[in-house]
Design a protein around this ligand. Structure first.
Ligand code: CU
Ligand code: ZN
Length: 193
């Protein structure tokens, strides 16, 4: 009986000490937990992907993933079946419809802000404009980059419900509004994942 009482007394003392410690550090605690919960909220709607299917009679396939980060959307591309050593126009297009054999059903470049076509690094470019995709000697292309003007989360600039298109020829980053990159050799609808 005496041991049990002693134990309770020690527990109570520890609880009081812990309480003193917490209130002493109180000023920095609320701010830290507030920013942590904001980050967790964004992570819930942060990923999407497109499976690229061959179009216009090619064997080009691949996968593109989109991951929302603080400075934009991180895009990871893995494509196979390209003509070896060639460069190809590569864009997010406005319609999530790859049903046509030539992928024309995907519409024009995704352009929610009404800008001219251009390169990602130029002041003016469509939100869906990406750099040319270049195949290695085996016809594979693997690249990773940040897209500054789109989101994965729902909103006017979201890539979800749009399409990713690979073209036959390189984008010249000048010709309006297409970049003159020719026919469409692969297409995939972007879906949340
Ligand atoms: Cu395109
Ligand atoms: Zn464009």
């Amino acid at each position: 009986m005496k041991r049990v009482l002693f134990g309770l007394t020690v527990s109570a003392a520890v609880a009081v000490l812990a309480g003193c410690g917490t209130s002493g550090m109180g000023s920095s605690s609320p701010a830290a937990s507030a920013s942590a919960s904001t980050g967790a909220g964004m992570a819930g709607v942060a990923k999407a992907a497109a499976a690229l299917q061959p179009k216009s009679g090619t064997n080009t396939t691949g996968r593109v993933t989109f991951d929302q980060q603080s400075g934009g959307v991180m895009v990871v591309v893995a494509v196979t079946g390209l003509p070896p050593g060639t460069s190809h126009g590569f864009h997010v297009h406005e319609k999530g419809d790859c049903s046509a054999p030539d992928a024309m059903s995907a519409g024009g470049h995704f352009n929610p802000t009404g800008k001219p076509h251009g390169q990602m690094t130029m002041a003016d470019h469509h939100a869906g404009d990406m750099n040319n995709l270049t195949a290695d000697a085996s016809g594979n292309a693997r690249v990773q980059f940040l897209m500054p003007d789109v989101t994965v989360a729902p909103g006017p600039n979201s890539v979800v419900g749009r399409a990713v298109v690979i073209h036959k020829d390189p984008d010249d980053y000048r010709t309006q509004p297409t970049g003159n990159s020719g026919g469409r050799i692969a297409c995939g609808v972007v879906a949340a994942s």
